[in-house]
Every structure is written in C-alpha cells, then in structure tokens.
Write a protein that binds this ligand. Structure first.
Ligand SMILES: *Cc1c(COP(=O)(O)O)cnc(C)c1O
Length: 358
C-alpha cells in the first residue's frame, strides 16, 4: 500500500514497530517523562516561547479544535473565521454550537486569501481570528504573514489550526504571534490518529484559566494542571503518545523543523513538476506544501481515485468542488514518502493513460 492521502499517512518503521507492542500502564514516572519530553519537543518545533504550554488530548484533530473553542472563548468574544472549505465551516459550526459570536470570511473554493479581503474587517470589534492555515479540503494555504500582521494590528488572539500544514509550511508561534496552534497526530506527524495537540501562548493560557469549561473531558485547565507532572486526567492514547515521542525525536535527529520543511516542500515540488506530463492542471498558486490538488482538464467518466486504489494499491484523496465539472483529487506529501514513491504514482497514472482511461 502506498498512501498519498491527507491523513492518516505513511509511518516510519520505528513508529510501526511501537504500534505492534503491548500497551504499557501509564501512571508511572517513565510515562510522565515521555509526556514532559513530548511537550518540550513540540514547543521546540513550533518555536514557542518558554512560558507557553502544550497539551496532548486524546481525540482526533477536531477534538483539538472544539476544546479550543470551548476553553479559550466565551460569550464576550466576537471571532472572525476564514471559511474557504470544509474545515473553515467546521470552526463556524462549532462557534455557533457553543454560542461564540462569529463572522466568517467566505472564500470561493480554491481561492487565496488576499489583503483586500481582510481590509473589510480592519478596525472592527473582533477579539480573535480563527484560521485553518491549510484548508485541507481545497489544499489552499493562507498567507500566515498577512494574517499575523492583521492580528497584531487589530490586537486579535490568533488561533491556527495547523493540522495539515505543521511541518510542511513554516509556523513560528512567537514571530507569527500565534496564541493557539492545533496539530493532529495522523497528518505530518505520521502517527496513527488519536492525539490532538494544542499549544497555547501565555495570553491563551490566561484565557483558559479565567474561563469555565462546561465539559469534563475537554477541560483544558484540568489537562494543563495534570500536565505539569507529565500526566493526563484520563487514560490517553498511550501507544500513540509513545509513537509521537519516537517520531518527535526522529525529527529532531534528522535536522529539526528546517529539515522536515525542506523535505516536504521538495517532495511537493517534485510531484508538481512530474504531474505536468498529463492533461491535468494544478490551479491554485497558494497551495500548501502538504498537498497538491489536481484538476482534470476535461470531464472524466471513470473514477481515477477508485481505480488507483483497487488496481494499483495507491491511495489518494478525492476533493469536492461543487461548481466544477472536472474531476479533482488531492495528493498528499506528508509522512514517510520519497520522490521514488512519487515516481510509482506517476507510473501508475501513465499506465492508466495508456489503457485509455483518460
Ligand atoms: C484533518 C484535519 C482536521 C482534523 O480532522 P480529524 O478527522 O478530526 O482528525 C482539522 N483541520 C484540518 C485543517 C485538517 O486537515
């Protein structure tokens, strides 16, 4: 199996090996040490300040998004959300569910965020800005520098869902002024799903402390207090935490954030240069390094994604643009993939073309 989907992605041999072992008991000094180490390593990768914290919440990435909305905001807030697809809409739905006043900046599917779009919201009464910095549904990456500047100017708390861009696109918590960063274990961290990581700046930590969270399981304050001693209030996804520990150390040993950013970006460039031989199009000029959204130029009768999976054992993700007649698919560049794997995918597409499928 060769997995180019947007998560879960291919894991390293070491991560796989840990997954095959017995799950250890977790109320031990040894496991506390792992948790403390993970918090430190993730803060390093995010270039977070010393007084920031990170919690490892058992749940998928959406749990991290919802815990953030429930713990960081209250009815006095008015938040602005970039809504360019499925994940932006998810933030909007969550804010509505939890009675957080919000407005959304609606983008057409696949379009970039421009300074003109933000200008309209300049100098208003917003308190925070929420963005899925890579809108995975379209593959679009929003300009973090533009957003960062806007938030600083308007004194907005900045929440970045970096679930599909962490390790693929540069994010520096201090420089970009990000107050909350949300990450998932199954995207570029290349572990199984099960852990959402929420990194919080000192400003965000104060908000969590002063808010009352109406949930026992999603109470970040409880997690933060337990985290000081390297523990969690409830049983965590222990094996995934051990796998994350191995993976975070692997990343550090391989050259840290810079090296992984370069590796993923090179892999994306490699794929984008190779895909040009087909009658496909890569339309957006603001794609994340983590994903390439590929459009067919004409309507295609067969389902390329299904054929790739069933006949070549290669997995890519479908995409949905309801306005488009042509087929879209997304090819991920996160996880344990190499340029040689790109070649295998290109070779399969060549074969499908030879068969007259497109
Ligand atoms: C994958 C993803 C999520 C989380 O999805 P889960 O299925 O809950 O893990 C959230 N935001 C973005 C941008 C994502 O790509």
């Amino acid at each position: 199996m060769l997995n180019f989907t947007l998560g879960p992605v291919m894991s390293s041999d070491l991560v796989l090996k840990i997954g095959a072992e017995q799950t250890p008991y977790f109320r031990t000094p040894e496991f506390s040490k792992v948790n403390l180490e993970n918090e430190q390593l993730i803060k390093e990768l995010l270039c977070a300040s010393d007084d920031s914290r990170a919690v490892f919440l058992t749940g998928s990435g959406t749990a991290g998004m919802e815990a953030t909305v429930m713990n960081v905001f209250n009815e006095d807030d008015k938040v602005l959300i970039v809504n360019g697809g499925g994940f932006g809409q998810r933030f909007v739905d969550m804010c509505n569910l939890h009675n957080i006043d919000c407005d959304d900046i609606k983008l057409e599917f696949g379009h970039c965020l421009t300074p003109e779009m933000l200008n309209k919201y300049d100098g208003k009464d917003y308190t925070a800005f929420l963005v899925n910095i890579c809108e995975t549904s379209s593959g679009v990456y929003y300009d973090i520098d533009l957003i960062s500047e806007f938030c600083k100017k308007n004194n907005l708390l900045l929440v970045v869902d970096a679930i599909s861009s962490f390790l693929a696109n540069d994010l520096n918590m201090v420089e970009h002024g990000a107050d909350v960063v949300i990450i998932g274990s199954q995207k570029a961290l290349a572990c199984p799903p099960g852990i959402a990581i929420i990194a919080l700046s000192e400003k965000a930590l104060k908000r969590v402390e002063n808010n009352t969270c109406k949930s026992m399981y999603f109470d970040l304050e409880d997690m933060l207090v337990n985290g000081i001693r390297g523990q969690t209030p409830f049983t965590p996804a222990i094996t995934v935490i051990l796998q994350l520990n191995a993976r975070l150390k692997e990343l550090k040993d391989a050259g840290g954030i810079e090296a992984e950013l370069k590796r993923i970006s090179d892999l994306a460039q490699d794929f984008r240069s190779k895909i040009t031989e087909f009658p496909f199009e890569v339309k957006s000029n603001c794609l994340s390094n983590s994903v390439t959204t590929v459009h067919t130029k004409e309507k295609i009768e067969v389902n390329l994604v299904e054929i790739l999976k069933n006949e070549y054992d290669i997995w890519v993700s479908t995409a949905r643009d309801d306005l488009s007649e042509t087929m879209l698919f997304r090819v991920g560049h996160m996880g344990d993939l190499t340029p040689k794997d790109n070649d295998t995918l290109i070779e399969a597409l060549r074969d499908m073309q030879k068969r007259g499928l497109f």
